[in-house]
Design a protein around this ligand. Structure first.
Ligand code: FAD
Ligand code: DLZ
Ligand code: SF4
Length: 514
């Protein structure tokens, strides 16, 4: 009897380039894919995220079958479904008697632990293969990080540019003679913004069935299920990529940090959910952007900024996650203990900037980076909200959220809870930053120019109170002395008024009236 391998594909591993697929033997091997409640409920996922993944999984299964592979696909409602991935692997092994199990390394620590434990429970070998979609392996990241006093993304990024020959010239210099054009990408929002319609895809029978399933099984799920515009196949995701490269990329850089009411996307790509689930490859996306630059179709500040997010930040946060887990998840360097206010889930707050970010999130399972970092993340940072609760929220509400990428962004970048391992300076900002970078304040119940009193913008007093609370830690930071000089110049009476105002904001936050 020839040997038979059970090949497991998780919901965010929908890539034919992975060895688990490319090395499969059509005549003997069998794939396993399973929709399970354990994955659908370990946080309160946005219902669009569940529907996107289930529909993409079912389409991927159909493509494998059409290519002649055998797939054991377990639907959420299948009677015998054990409702966990480990349970489904055990059931498949019993039913199919393979000689070994092969799985690509999962993107979350908890699942890798579970699969390691399975090795002991199974009488046959289980091989956990590296996830080769990433451009920097664990070994390569650890070699880079070893012996460095500080793990700064910028230096990691420059090495990645050279390794993958992206935006490099024949003389070995970076295109445009600069590695990083971020300074050109912080423009305030334009007075008029032309937002091109984004692609929307026809819902076929597979997607319609999944939408019915999600509606029925997750009636109290977070967020709005419809309208549902997501691409659910590689072909559709490639159309989304084409559209971004041709219509949006040229303006990506200029508007990267800007925010406008009613504009959830600005000039961002919306590609993260597809890249993370495996429908697009990070390198192909970067090469397409580089080609647009070489052909004169997109300026360097846009293309460099975009590529940096992918081969820089994306690979770097993944390296940080695996290097510092499992302890990283418990980081709370600033000793932040406030419970997450309910308005993160309901979206109901008088703060227009927060309300705007929450409504994009509820509606689209998306908000762009600056809203995640400088609005909802910044508020959680300066209000001192418990990092674990904030992490659970970010992991739940975005269609692109998996722990390997979400946790370092939340714990490290937004909350500074890792004590500055990832970001040298906390991303704390007052209402003035939000006023400058958005048009939100005009429609707000609060006034960004006021720091105390009834109309005082909550970001102002909370910002100063945050800096005062953590003076010992931050005053030593070379990038912070001017803010402490401003605080000192205020004098004691003003400082006390700001502290009292911050306490009022925190109690309004708890009572749901902020
Ligand atoms: P664009 O702005 O168009 O960027 C292009 C691509 O670069 C993205 O598709 C993404 O693949 C990559 N990228 C950009 N910034 C980052 C970053 N900081 N880290 C990793 N990749 C990046 N991103 C996720 O993919 N999943 C998450 O769960 C997630 N959680 C976040 C939580 C917080 C608190 C913060 C501050 C950021 C988080 N990010 C996360 C990073 C970033 O906000 C999203 O990748 C981005 O908003 C996705 O939208 P886009 O595809 O339009 O991105
Ligand atoms: C996020 C998710 C959801 C909602 N459901 C499933 C599922 O039913 N089956 C599955 O294989 N994967 C699912 N996923 C993705 C996994 O949670 C993901 O593979 C891990 O979080 C590791 O990144
Ligand atoms: Fe946000 Fe303050 Fe502006 Fe209101 S005034 S939108 S709370 S920054």
């Amino acid at each position: 009897m020839s040997k038979r391998t059970l090949r497991v594909i998780l919901g965010d591993q929908l890539s034919t380039q992975l060895a688990v697929v490319s090395e499969a033997d059509k005549a003997r091997d069998v794939f396993l894919m399973a929709e399970v409640m354990a994955e659908a409920t370990y946080v309160r996922h946005h219902v669009k995220k569940i529907a996107f993944l289930f529909s993409a999984m079912r389409h991927y299964c159909n493509a494998l079958r059409a290519a002649g592979f055998e797939v054991r696909y377990i639907k959420l409602d299948d009677m015998a479904n054990s409702q966990s991935l480990e349970g489904e692997i055990l059931r498949a092994v019993q039913a199919l008697s393979p000689d070994r199990v092969v799985v690509t390394e999962p993107g979350e620590w908890r699942l890798r632990e579970a699969f390691e434990a399975l090795k002991l429970a199974l009488a046959i070998p289980i091989d956990i293969l590296p996830d080769t979609r990433f451009l920097c392996s664990h070994d390569a990241f650890n070699a880079w990080a070893e012996d460095r006093r500080e793990l700064r993304m910028e230096y990691f990024y420059r090495e990645m540019r050279q390794r993958y020959d992206l935006l490099m010239e024949a003389d070995g210099k970076p295109s445009g003679w600069r590695w990083n054009l971020d300074a050109e990408n912080r423009k305030p929002p334009p007075k008029t913004f032309n937002s091109p319609a984004r692609p929307s895809f026809r819902k076929d029978e597979v997607t319609l069935e999944v939408l019915d399933l999600v509606r029925e099984r997750f009636p109290d799920g977070y967020g709005k299920l419809e309208p549902f515009h997501f691409a659910v196949t590689r072909r559709q995701a490639l159309r989304e990529l084409d559209h971004f490269i041709e219509e949006i990329l040229p303006a990506f850089g200029d508007h990267q940090d800007a925010m406008l009411a009613g504009e959830p996307y600005m000039s961002h790509s919306l590609l993260s959910a597809y890249i993370n689930a495996g429908l697009l490859y990070p390198l192909e996306v970067c090469r397409r952007a580089e080609t647009a630059y070489r052909e004169g179709k997109a300026p360097l500040n846009s293309v460099e900024g975009f590529i940096r997010q992918i081969i820089g930040w994306r690979e770097y946060v993944r390296g940080i996650y695996w290097r510092f887990m499992p302890g990283y998840a418990d980081s709370n360097a600033l000793n932040a203990n406030e419970p997450l206010p309910w308005f993160y889930w309901s979206g109901e707050t008088r703060m227009k900037c927060m309300h705007e970010a929450f409504s994009h999130t509820l509606e689209h399972a998306y908000s762009h980076h600056i809203q995640r970092l400088m609005i909802t993340g910044n508020f959680a940072l300066i209000a001192g909200i418990d990092p674990k609760a904030v992490h659970d929220w970010y992991l739940a509400v975005y269609a692109d959220a998996y722990e390997w990428v979400e946790l370092p962004n939340t714990i490290g970048m937004a909350l500074h809870a890792d004590g500055g391992l990832l970001a040298s300076k906390p991303y704390a900002a007052s209402g003035n930053y939000i006023r400058k970078m958005s048009n939100f304040c005009g429609g707000c119940a609060y006034d960004p120019g006021e720091s105390v009193g009834k109309k005082a913008c909550p970001f102002n007093a909370l910002y100063w109170d945050f800096l005062a609370r953590h003076r010992d830690r931050f005053s030593r930071n070379v990038r912070m002395p001017y803010v402490y000089a401003t605080w000192d110049k205020m004098g004691e009476a003003k400082q006390e008024a700001l502290r009292a105002q911050a306490r009022q904001h925190i109690s309004a936050m708890h009572s749901g009236t902020l």
